[in-house]
Design a protein around this ligand. Structure first.
Ligand code: 5RP
Length: 307
């Protein structure tokens, strides 16, 4: 029998409607995302930690233009030990379905652009993954590059527009990446322009490069969250310092690849980056953590080898 009474349940007990307690109407923790739909906000909450409002994304999509990059020759060996320390993985469809165990249960930002390699003009891309397929693979966002000011500017912005339009139908956020063409300078003027252009197009978050000076202005001029790319491998202290400065100037996280998986000890490095991103750890302290973890891990390896 349905419970028809409005004042008591079928055992005669009083119902509790919490009369007098107003329904809480909360905002949303991410910049520029308060008016998005539930599906979008839920997916973004998988990528960005709602407590810190930040994300450590682990990027290993390099093979889609570079082939077997150093450090990623075997994605199936390189990524699973790191995944537990990442908030989110960024990779291609092929890498995901062939090398990433589904049981890792990590949110994925899926690279959806293709059509160019390092052997030719990089900005000449098209979209190669449908949002429907990204949904099927349980992605939490899709992504493509914007080549603002480069030969493929128009095509790359059209790619992003396509992803945004399709993604909106499914509640799937789009990450816009500002790729820097050969003739472009990675300064705040250029990066600020590129970030703003793709944010106005409707991307839900932006990946760009850190720049000094003026990164705080790049962040302020971009109405959605920014995560920084790591770029080429640099010494650990420099990568941690860059992450620290970016966070300090308003970045919402990092999407780092080579500076993690090419580090001397990638597992220690991702934990040090995490400390910077989520706990505002100073670079020197984060390096100490890196060295301690590295040392403990090499002792554990030596110990295991001697058994
Ligand atoms: C290429 C990408 C890459 O995923 C990303 O930039 C690589 O990360 P990193 O530079 O830290 O190795 O988006 O445009």
């Amino acid at each position: 029998m349905p419970d028809a009474s409005t004042t008591s349940n079928d055992k005669g007990e009083q119902k509790d409607f919490g009369i007098g307690i107003p329904v809480e109407t909360k905002g949303f923790f991410l910049k520029g995302s308060a008016h998005l739909g539930w599906g979008m906000q839920n997916r973004l909450s998988r990528i960005f930690n709602p407590e810190s409002g930040r994300a450590v994304m682990l990027a290993f999509d390099h093979g889609y233009i570079m082939g077997p990059t150093t450090g990623l020759e075997r994605i199936d060996l390189a990524i699973p030990p790191l995944a537990g320390y990442a908030d989110c993985l960024m990779c291609s469809r092929g890498a995901l379905q062939s090398c990433v165990p589904p049981e890792l249960n990590k949110p994925v930002v899926m690279r959806a652009s293709t059509g160019a390699t390092v052997l030719k003009e990089l900005s000449n891309e098209v979209i190669g993954v449908t949002v429907e397929d990204a949904v099927r693979l349980n992605a939490s966002a899709v992504t493509a590059q914007a080549y603002v000011g480069a030969e493929g500017e128009r095509a790359s912005l059209a790619n992003l527009a396509y992803l945004i339009n399709e993604g909106n139908r499914y509640g799937m956020p789009t990450l816009g990446v500002t790729a820097v063409g050969k003739e472009m300078v990675r300064d705040s003027r250029y990066l600020g322009l590129a970030c703003r252009v793709i944010a106005e197009l409707g991307v839900h978050f932006v990946k760009t490069y850190y720049c000094d000076p003026g990164f705080d202005e790049v962040v302020a001029g971009c109405p959605v969250p920014i995560v920084i790319a790591g770029g080429k491998k640099i010494p650990e202290i420099d990568a941690l310092t860059m992450a620290y400065k970016a966070i300090d100037q308003g970045a919402s996280g990092v999407d780092m690849g080579r500076n993690i998986f090419c580090a001397d000890d990638p597992v220690a490095m991702i934990q040090a980056v995490r400390a910077v991103v989520h706990k505002n750890e100073k670079p020197e302290k984060a390096l100490e953590l890196y060295n301690t973890l590295k040392c403990e891990r090499s002792k554990a390896c030596a110990c295991a080898a001697s058994k």
